[in-house]
Design a protein around this ligand. Structure first.
Ligand SMILES: CC(C)(COP(=O)(O)OP(=O)(O)OC[C@H]1O[C@@H](n2cnc3c(N)ncnc32)[C@H](O)[C@@H]1OP(=O)(O)O)[C@@H](O)C(=O)NCCC(=O)NCCS
Length: 218
């Protein structure tokens, strides 16, 4: 970590637009040409599942460099019933600050708070290399598949309360807050930001496509 002056704090209303702009910077052309995560950040705050108490920003020398947002989700248990869990995203770090420990700090800080709040576990669809380095494990280890009952390499979990997933085989349901967004709504929202070129065929996009396709029936 090269930052002497890194602070984490709760997101404030005055940060909303800047957080959306930084989310756009972090995700632009990363997974697909352009991105929609800045619109997700915008809509998530209005969702019933959103958890403002875990919505944190990272500042370096007083300037926003990263953020993380959480929502309630659940596991539909094979034996009947549901287990409430958490999920997060967008998690964003400005490109100039990436790979220097800010993402890790945001995840570690908020998951400590989530554990103190009594939550059971945190699920995330993401890059296994990134999240395994932050202590996450494959959800498959607990018999937990996607909503379509597939084991995805990308679906990972961090247990907050010991034993919380010991009898939790089932399907992870992200919930409506993360449902696919209307492309027209995304484009209309994006038009409020400075124009940026969309690029296709980038290695990170290829990698995302390949890793998204790594799933098999449970
Ligand atoms: C993913 C992201 C949030 C990680 O934040 P970061 O500050 O760059 O990551 P950190 O420096 O805290 O790294 C944490 C661990 O993940 C690993 N890691 C980070 N980015 C990685 C990458 N692109 N590929 C492989 N490993 C990666 C690091 O090596 C580190 O592990 P280590 O300490 O054992 O070496 C950030 O790079 C980002 O905003 N990327 C674009 C948007 C995105 O992908 N968001 C997450 C969607 S699920």
């Amino acid at each position: 970590m090269n930052f002497n002056n890194l602070t984490l704090r709760l997101e404030k209303k005055q940060d909303y637009r800047a957080v959306e702009a930084l989310t756009r910077e972090a995700f632009w052309n990363h997974f697909v040409p352009g991105c929609d995560e800045h619109y997700l950040a915008h809509t998530l705050r209005e969702a019933a599942a959103f958890i403002p108490e875990l919505c944190y920003v990272a500042e370096v020398d007083g300037k926003l460099a990263g953020n993380i947002m959480y929502a309630h989700a659940h596991v539909l248990l094979d034996g009947g019933g549901v287990l409430p869990v958490l999920t997060f995203g967008p998690l964003s770090v400005l490109p100039a600050y990436q790979r220097q420990g800010i993402g890790r700090r945001l995840v570690e800080h908020t998951r400590t708070l989530a554990a103190e709040m009594g939550h059971s576990a945190i699920f995330i669809y993401g890059h296994p290399q990134v999240y395994s380095h932050m202590g996450f494990e494959p959800a498959e280890r607990y018999g937990i598949a996607s909503s379509e009952n597939m084991y995805h390499d990308a679906l990972q979990v961090y247990v907050l309360r010991e034993g919380a997933l010991d009898a939790a085989a089932g399907r992870f349901i992200e919930g409506d807050a993360y449902a696919a967004m209307d492309e027209k709504d995304v484009a209309a929202f994006d038009s409020g930001f400075p124009p940026r070129e969309k690029q296709a065929g980038l290695p990170s996009q290829q990698h995302f496509l390949e890793s998204s396709n790594r799933f098999r029936p449970r």
